[in-house]
Design a binder for this molecule. Structure first.
Ligand SMILES: Nc1ncnc2c1ncn2[C@@H]1O[C@H](COP(=O)(O)OP(=O)(O)OP(=O)(O)O)[C@@H](O)[C@H]1O
Ligand SMILES: [Mg+2]
Length: 316
């Protein structure tokens, strides 16, 4: 069963001047994670806001949990959770107060609200800061609290709009851990992101959007295959380019790409870590000392370049 279906959504702003969504369609199978991947201005927040009933489409149709978002927004709101780029929490209150307040807002009752707040603070590693005002929280803590607020009444379907944008690597890892746990608990998740790595890590399926339209969809493996997956790249002295190219070609099984200007040699590899170790060994045997060597994962930019022939750029 599909938990979320969007068909041909169109949304314009400023009396039609800005076309945020231009016939966007997607769906999310129950119990799975769909990642909507796209650059700034692609239409991610607009999509989420329509599905979460905060915004109506100009045309098109969407259901969440089988319920029409335009016809029955109240019913949709009962079964979803939303955590956005803008946290709906009160800065001056403590984390604990905020969650208890949210619980009561959703008619949980005082006792149940307190129990749920304690449980979520513990689960999201916020117990130590529970009694501090939100304004003293780090970006990562704030995001986790925002997510806790979104799931206070255990939604069946959860929307997360760029849950890790602006977080440092550690904050991102922590957030990923929390999200994974939720997914294991059976929630259906639609998550927007600008990071291919994040979509790769969390999603069962990815839709790539650009200018309010889906331009590709598939599993992360399929999309990465389209862009050539991971690449092994080495930087050497100019007179070592030929030898390096031979070694990298042998390891990759595909002809290496040589960039003389950058003095780099690179090629796609399947098993990144093993290939990297093989390369290091072969370079060592050949008494060749690379200036730099590493694995390059495809980024959203690489995906865009492969799919559209142009770089991901902000929509004006
Ligand atoms: N309230 C608004 N008024 C006018 N234009 C808007 C409004 N909200 C969004 N837009 C425009 O609609 C397009 C899609 O915006 P949206 O916020 O959905 O993109 P996004 O993918 O969420 O971007 P970001 O990654 O920056 O959050 C952009 O061109 C944006 O400038
Ligand atoms: Mg956005």
């Amino acid at each position: 069963m599909k938990s979320v279906i969007a068909e041909n959504l169109v949304k314009t702003y400023r009396k039609g001047e800005v076309k945020a969504l231009d016939g966007l369609s997607l769906d999310v199978e129950e119990g799975t994670v769909l990642s909507v991947l796209g650059p700034n201005g692609a239409g991610k927040t607009t999509t989420v806001r329509i599905l979460a009933t905060l915004l109506s489409p100009d045309s098109g149709h969407a259901t969440v949990g089988g319920i029409d978002v335009v016809k029955h927004p109240d019913k949709v709101r009962e079964i979803i959770g939303l955590s956005g780029q803008y946290a709906a929490v009160d800065e001056t209150l403590t984390g604990w107060d905020n969650l208890v307040m949210f619980g009561q807002l959703y008619h949980l009752g005082k006792k149940a609200s307190i129990a749920r707040a304690d449980e979520l603070l513990e689960r999201f590693s916020l117990t130590d800061s529970a009694k501090r005002p939100i304004k003293t929280y780090s970006g990562g803590m704030r995001r986790r609290l925002d997510l806790a607020a979104a799931i206070i009444v255990k939604p069946k379907i959860l929307f997360l709009d760029e849950p890790t944008t602006g977080l440092d690597p550690r904050g991102r890892q922590e957030m990923w851990g929390v999200i994974k746990e939720l997914v294991e608990g059976g929630v259906t998740l639609l998550l927007t992101t600008q990071y291919l790595e994040e979509a790769d890590h969390l999603a069962d399926e990815i839709v790539v959007i650009d200018h309010g339209k889906v331009i590709a969809r598939g599993t992360s493996d399929v999309l990465k295959k389209d862009v050539g997956g991971e690449r092994l790249e080495v930087i050497v002295e100019a007179n070592q380019l030929k030898l390096a190219s031979e070694i990298i070609t042998r390891i990759s099984g595909t002809a290496a790409h040589v960039d003389e200007g950058m003095r780099s040699v690179s090629a796609p590899v399947k098993n990144g870590t093993k290939s990297l170790m093989d390369a290091l060994r072969e370079f060592d045997d050949a008494k060749l000392h690379p200036l730099d060597i590493g694995l390059k994962r495809p980024s959203l930019d690489d995906v865009f370049l492969a799919l559209t022939g142009h770089a991901a750029e902000e929509t004006k």
